[in-house]
Ligand binder design. Structure first.
Ligand code: FES
Ligand code: FES
Length: 220
């Protein structure tokens, strides 16, 4: 009896052990699934909250989105996506629509702005790369008292453009070129701004305007 009882007790213990093992395995799997679900829902909630938060802690390896850039002499605070181009930021975040978007692929020059006094196609510059640099757009050329830049004034005087969609890009490219060559020949200026295209193909009159701009600038 005792033996039988003993055997019986041993058998019950073995059953209990096996049941406990099955239970723990089942429990373990359940917990893994549950914790995974909790982790995903937690990250979903955190992502949602973070998306609404005005500031987000920078995650290692990520790009900070809220940045300051110097545009037309003013420090502008702006929320910028990692892949955002300067043209998009200027036009659609800062309202500087004088910078035009033609091809959006570095071919036409309509989006030209100055970065540290050098003409750049803003459609092909990532906004994050201009932190700490000086950006000037067509809106930043005139004096604070409203007086036009000599190149702008020359365009007005010569009426060198037809639809003028390409005009801001040509003016910015010319202003940048004149910083390194203030007294160009017509051919030199034509070569210097050859990265800009005009769909109306009014190149002769455009060049006449811009040459006059160079002359105004030398006199200024
Ligand atoms: S829009 Fe940038 S080069 Fe055409
Ligand atoms: S004047 Fe029309 S695109 Fe240049």
């Amino acid at each position: 009896m005792t033996d039988l009882k003993g055997i019986s007790v041993v058998a019950s213990d073995a059953d209990a052990d096996s049941e406990a093992r099955r239970y723990s395995r089942r429990e373990f799997i359940k917990r893994v699934i549950a914790s995974g679900a909790v982790a995903s829902s937690a990250s979903f909630v955190m992502g949602g909250l973070a998306g609404c938060a005005p500031r987000r802690a920078a995650v290692a390896g990520s790009v900070e989105r809220l940045i300051s850039i110097d545009v037309n002499g003013q420090l502008r605070r702006v929320d910028v996506l990692p892949q955002e181009t300067l043209a998009m930021t200027l036009r659609y975040k800062l309202g500087l629509t004088g910078t035009k978007l033609g091809c959006d692929r570095a071919e036409c020059g309509a989006c030209t702005v100055l970065v540290d006094d050098v003409p750049h196609y803003s459609c092909s510059v990532l906004t994050h790369t201009v932190r700490g640099r000086k950006v000037v757009t067509i809106e930043g050329l005139a004096s604070p008292d409203g007086r036009l830049h000599p190149v702008q004034q020359a365009v007005v005087d010569e009426q060198g453009f037809q639809c003028a969609f390409c005009m801001p890009g040509f003016v910015m490219a010319t202003v940048g070129f004149l910083k390194v060559q203030p007294n160009p020949t017509r051919e030199e200026l034509a070569h210097g701004i050859s990265g800009n295209l005009c769909r109306c193909q009014d190149y002769d009159k455009i060049l006449t305007s811009l040459m006059r701009g160079a002359e105004y600038l030398r006199r200024a």
